[in-house]
Design a protein around this ligand. Structure first.
Ligand code: SF4
Length: 231
């Protein structure tokens, strides 16, 4: 195969990829409310659909509906916002196979890409340039049995683990997982209180009491805008 043939093949694969379609609930520009990227102006691409039903889910509107759009179209809309930071979220973005192509295309376009994922689906094929913000579902979510523990082996220091906690029982469970799976040695670990269920001050006191090497966070976008959709 000549160099020209190879370049033609790569070009054809890229053309095929950008023509793939995904069901999208919304694309919006806001302040990143979570993770180590908190506060950064970010474009959010929210994919439709999720196989889980966490009892405290705040994005139920993304379970259904949405509109099909090509990857090319999504990347062009992202570009209109003029920020280097893109967060692909859901729902559960990995529930759509073409999410992997979208992530690759956004990385190819030079963006700093993060992926918010439930931890219930395999993250092994996610582009290595993407920062994966992966949940571990605590018992209070009602979806603890969906945690795909083999995903832990795919985490690198550029990724983050997020544990959303509804009460003290969830906190004690999370503390146990930290030790059992040596989580802080894999990547930064975030503990968040479920809004309206666990007081942030209580969670802070427990983390300080137990001297855990985790980052506590509250959702900045909710502090600023409450529960408004598209924020
Ligand atoms: S995984 Fe996320 S989107 Fe799905 S039900 Fe749980 S919180 Fe909601």
């Amino acid at each position: 195969m000549t160099l020209l043939d190879r370049e033609a093949d790569v070009g054809a694969a890229r053309t095929e990829r950008v023509a793939e379609r995904l069901r999208i609930t919304e694309i919006f520009f806001s302040v990143q409310g979570e993770s180590s990227r908190v506060g950064l102006p970010t474009v959010f691409v929210r994919l439709t659909g999720c196989p889980l039903r966490c009892v405290w889910c705040d994005t139920e509107y993304a379970f259904n509906g949405g509109a099909y759009r090509t990857i090319d179209d999504v990347v062009m809309e992202v570009a209109r916002h003029g920020t280097p930071y893109v967060c692909v979220t859901g729902g559960e973005p990995l529930a759509q196979k073409s999410c992997l192509s979208l992530l690759g295309s956004l990385c190819d376009a030079g963006y700093d890409v993060s992926l918010e994922t439930s931890g219930a689906l395999d993250i092994g094929a996610v582009d290595a340039r993407v920062s994966k913000i992966m949940d571990l579902k605590a018992p209070g979510s009602g979806e603890c049995d969906k945690n795909l523990w083999s995903n832990l082996a795919h985490l690198t220091p550029r990724d983050e683990l997020k544990l959303v906690l509804a009460d003290e029982a969830d906190y004690l469970w999370a503390r146990e997982q930290l030790q059992a799976h040596r989580l802080v040695e894999r990547c930064p670990v975030l503990f968040s209180p479920v809004q309206g269920s666990l007081k942030p001050a209580d969670l802070a006191e427990w983390i300080l009491r137990d001297k855990l090497a985790v980052r506590m966070q509250v959702q900045l976008h909710k502090v600023i805008w409450g529960n408004a959709q598209g924020r």
